[in-house]
Every structure is written in C-alpha cells, then in structure tokens.
Ligand binder design. Structure first.
Ligand code: PLP
Length: 382
C-alpha cells in the first residue's frame, strides 16, 4: 500500500524523485509585477495602495464590511481578542486541536486558554462539548460569564477551522450568545472555506486569517482581521498602527499600541495571491477528489472530507489511521521515501505552557491526535 501511495503522490506532483513537501507556495500570478510596482513606488512599508487594496479584497472574499491587514495571523488574533474585550486574568475557551498560535495569542492578553473538545467529523470545536462544559462550570453574574471553579471571567470563545474544514460555527455562535460571550473565529487555515454558504471568519464578532508561507495564500507573512463592526474595525487599524492620533506632523499616542501593520510590500504579494485564490481552490479540490478515490479502496485509512453543509478549502489534506501504531508506520513509510507527511499537532493542553489550564473532557481530541496525518496538499503545477 505504501509504495502505491508514494507513487500516487509522485504522479500528482509530477515529481519522480525529489522531496515532496506538505504545502509549498505557488507564484504564477502577478506577484512579481505587483511587488516590483510597490518597490518602484517607494511605498514598501506600512502605508500604501496595496494595503488598501488587500483590505478591500479580503472584505469582499470574507463577506464582511471591513478587513484590517496585520503583520501576521498571530497578531491578528491578539488584536481581535483585545477588541473582543479579553483582559488580564480572563479565560478564553478554545480547542486543544490547533496550531500553537491560537493559545499564544491568548497568553499575550495575559489570559488563560480553557479547552473544550472538538467534533470527530469537523476536527473543530464541538458545540455539544462547549455547551456541556459551560453548563458544568459557568454561571452568568449580571450578564458576565464566570467560571465558578476559578472565579475568572470567560471573556471570549475562539473556535478554529482545522485544516480548512469549517466547524459547526452557527451553533457555536448561538451558544456563545446565550452565555453573552463574544466569538473570535480563528480562520487562519480556512481562507476560501464556507459553512452554509457563508465564509468562515464572518460568523463571530471578529475573524482572523493568516498569510504565512505554508497557508493556502501567502505573502511571506501577513494576517487580516475581518468584522462587520465599524467601530471595532477602526480600533483595529488604530491600535495596530501604534495608536497614533492622526496629525500631519505631531507624534502623539493615546495608549500603548502595536506595530502590527502589514507592509505594502507584503500586501502587493497578497493582492496577487488573492487573485489566484479561485484557481488554487479548484486545483486543491481536484486533488482532494483524487485522494478520496485512492483511499476509498483501502478500509484501513480514511481520507477526511468536508461535512455536507460546508465547503472546505482543503488547505492541508488529512487521513485518519486505525490507531497510533498504524499512524507511526504510515509516517515512517512515507517520510523515509521523501514524501512529507506529518501528524496533527500535539494537543495544546499537553504543552508545558498550558498543561495547568482548565480543560473539559477531550476524548475526541485524544482520539484524533493518535490517528490523523496530513499528506502533501500543495497546488499542483499543471
Ligand atoms: C497559521 C495559523 C495562525 C497564524 O499564524 P501566523 O504564522 O502568525 O500567520 C493562527 N492559528 C492557526 C490555527 C494557524 O494555523
């Protein structure tokens, strides 16, 4: 089976020998043209036409009124949580299945992650687990959600759309509303993914995206915050640009802001990449279908697919093995042949920084961490 799989992957990527990575960027749009144009304009830093254009394109794609560019996805999350009202000493509910950036951003707010389980079908936050956990440990005191066990305020819920598969975000938002908790969607991995025909990132009070080198669309490094709330959008722009009061020559700052703005040079590349998004999505979907056909012959390995009510961008494609031993064998037999595969992240609650954080029952997360492996998912060059 492994030989067949390795040969199949090599055929898809037309790479008979060399190393095949999990996800590499592709630049066959107007990247060079726009980046050169930004250089020629001398506007390479945090002000420039491409930044504005990027924000317009992102709002259009996400279906939100506003988008604010940031220097990366982690800073987008950090700012979004501040804007959602996360303060020092608070708890932020998130999932143990995520890239570390989600929890790092919570820590930057001096808050603590509080873990609830994911769904086996979506790999994202489980509305049932969320609801059960809130019923178990939380109470509303004068409209504020408090963890009865720790006495801390629960000030935000941050679900994540794992590998581009949308989680059941509508139910999560409904539960959050009942408990008067704002939702920040970590949509870093789900640019181009939608749930019930609505783009991921646009369900919560705020949503965030990443344009890191390994994401579906990249500009080297970059991020975006999206929202329908005008005041929050304005504040996002303000505090990511050092909270400087607008003035022709004066340098007056009204609070401790951040230097989190995306440079125009990166925005130029981002605009060109966003133009390619439909092409990338089509190309990746075609590969997902081929993988699905390939694995449909094998009972021991399941290719993970989008749920019925959602469209995935198939950022990182994934298979689920029978148990940890077969997972390890799969990793060994592919990586030893220079076909890169990688297990899903170690659970966040297992990391030293977060292993004392509050945590609900997380049996699905534990099940997945033993079995899920990502396989090569780049856009293929035709
Ligand atoms: C990539 C990613 C981020 C943000 O990453 P940056 O490298 O800072 O752009 C945040 N959350 C998740 C789940 C991610 O995969």
């Amino acid at each position: 089976m492994y030989n067949e799989f390795n040969a199949f992957v090599r055929e898809q990527f037309k790479t008979p020998e060399a190393f095949i990575p999990l996800h590499e960027p592709r630049f066959f749009g107007k990247e060079r043209e726009y980046v050169m144009d930004a250089i020629d304009s001398t506007f390479v830093s945090s002000v420039g036409e491409y930044v504005n254009r990027f924000e317009e394109m992102m709002a259009e794609i996400a279906g939100t009124k506003y988008a604010v560019a940031t220097v990366n996805g982690t800073s987008a999350l950090h700012i979004a949580m501040i804007l959602a009202g996360v303060q020092s000493g608070d708890e932020v509910i998130t999932q143990p299945v995520s890239f570390v950036a989600t929890c790092n951003a919570i820590t930057y707010c001096n808050a603590t992650p509080h873990f609830v389980d994911v769904d086996l079908e979506t790999l994202g936050m489980s509305p049932r687990a969320l609801e059960a956990r809130l019923n178990e440990i939380a109470e509303l005191r004068e409209g504020v959600c408090i963890n009865k066990e720790t006495g801390n305020k629960i000030s935000c819920i941050v679900p994540m759309h794992t590998f581009g598969f949308p989680c059941r975000i509508d139910e999560i938002v409904n539960i959050a509303t009942k408990w008067n908790i704002p939702v920040v969607e970590d949509a870093a991995e789900s640019l181009g993914s939608s749930f019930k025909d609505q783009h991921t990132g646009s369900f919560g009070l705020l949503g965030t995206f990443s344009f890191n080198g390994n994401k579906t669309v990249t500009c080297g490094g970059g991020g975006a915050i999206v929202t329908d709330n005008e005041e929050l959008a304005k504040r996002a722009k303000y505090i990511t640009t050092t909270a400087k009061r607008p003035h022709k020559w004066e340098y007056y700052h009204t609070e401790t802001g951040y230097n989190y703005r995306m440079p125009n040079l990166n925005a130029a590349m981002a605009c060109a990449q966003l133009e390619m998004l439909p092409t990338f999505l089509e190309n990746k979907r075609e590969l997902a279908i081929r993988y699905q056909n390939f694995f449909s012959e094998l009972s021991a390995i399941e290719f993970l697919t989008e749920s019925e009510t959602s469209l995935s961008n198939y950022w990182l494609m994934a298979v689920q093995l029978k148990d940890r031993a077969s997972r390890d064998q799969f990793l060994e037999k592919t990586n030893s042949e220079s076909i890169m595969t990688r297990p899903i992240w170690e659970l966040m609650n297992e990391l030293e920084m977060f292993n004392n954080a509050p945590c609900g029952a997380i049996q699905n997360s534990r099940f997945l961490v033993d079995r899920v492996v990502n396989i090569p998912s780049s856009v293929r060059i035709k």
